[in-house]
Design a binder for this molecule. Structure first.
Ligand code: GLP
Length: 262
């Protein structure tokens, strides 16, 4: 695991988008894992800009989103499918047939989860997984106590997550109480992972995930087990990390980060 601290949310977002862009340039048929939430909106805006202004080509890219709300149709304006179409897919040259999310209204959820796992495998697995973190420490909708080897399944959302995401819905009651999510084990099979965290509200939870023990109480802590995982934080989100000087040194000195130093 490497932690990279950037001065502010804009710089952290640009670095994350550059990592995705480099993956797509290096392998145009990359399978990319995508996330939702407010943090990701800025990443997608930057990817759209790179597509328009620098010709970043998504024509062969295939994508798998982490999760979807249970019970929402793809057309529902609160669904993650709708979010992805609006924030990214409609503005780049990806083939929409190559973009995948779990179906929130699948009649047989177990079969849907199995289908999703099999589709990821059939596409050769995920080359680069983009992640955010919820205030509960979740990645995807892997709420506390998610097994660290869990697979795609449906999951009850915690009060913390319901409170965090309620503002996206007209009333708290309109928000689904369950989601379908890739499991922690599914996520850990991605060949590379980039987790973006911005803002002081996430400082405590990211410090636990990165520098605390690996525990199912904080699903993101499982990323400590992954051999190619980058955590990109802004100064605000980094404020409770104890090894900040070391993390700064890594970014300034390691060859891998040279192309990103500007
Ligand atoms: C949702 C998604 C997560 C995401 C989280 C962070 O709960 N299921 O995948 O990491 O939002 O959201 P935000 O960036 O809005 O804090």
């Amino acid at each position: 695991m490497e932690v990279i601290i950037r001065p502010d949310a804009t710089a952290a977002t640009q670095l994350t988008a550059a990592i995705i862009a480099n993956q797509v340039r290096a392998k145009p048929s990359s399978v990319i894992g995508l996330a939702t939430g407010a943090t990701m909106e800025r990443v997608y805006a930057e990817l759209v800009r790179l597509h328009r202004e620098a010709g970043l080509d998504f024509s062969l890219v295939r994508s798998f989103n982490l999760d979807e709300y249970e019970g929402l149709s793809p057309e529902d304006p609160h669904s993650y499918r709708h979010y992805m179409n609006e924030k990214l897919f409609n503005h780049i040259n990806i083939d929409i047939r190559n973009t995948h999310l779990p179906h929130g209204q699948a009649p047989d959820l177990k079969a849907e989860c199995q289908r999703y796992e099999e589709l990821i495998l059939a596409c050769g697995g995920i080359d680069m997984q983009l992640l955010g973190i919820g205030r509960s420490g979740h990645i995807g909708f892997n709420e506390p106590l998610s097994a660290l080897q869990s697979r795609t399944r449906d999951k009850a959302l915690t009060p913390t997550t319901l409170a965090q995401n309620a503002s996206y819905f007209p009333t708290p009651d309109a928000m689904p109480k369950r989601g379908i999510t890739m499991g922690v084990g599914t996520i850990l099979e991605a060949r590379n992972i980039a987790l973006l965290v911005t803002g002081s509200a996430k400082a405590s939870v990211i410090a636990k995930a990165v520098e605390g023990p690996v525990t199912s109480m904080i699903s993101a802590s499982a990323l400590q087990l992954h051999p190619n995982c980058q955590i990109i934080v802004d100064e605000d989100a980094a404020s409770e990390l104890t090894q900040q000087a070391y993390y700064h040194w890594i970014f300034e000195n390691e060859d891998d980060w040279k192309p990103y130093r500007g």
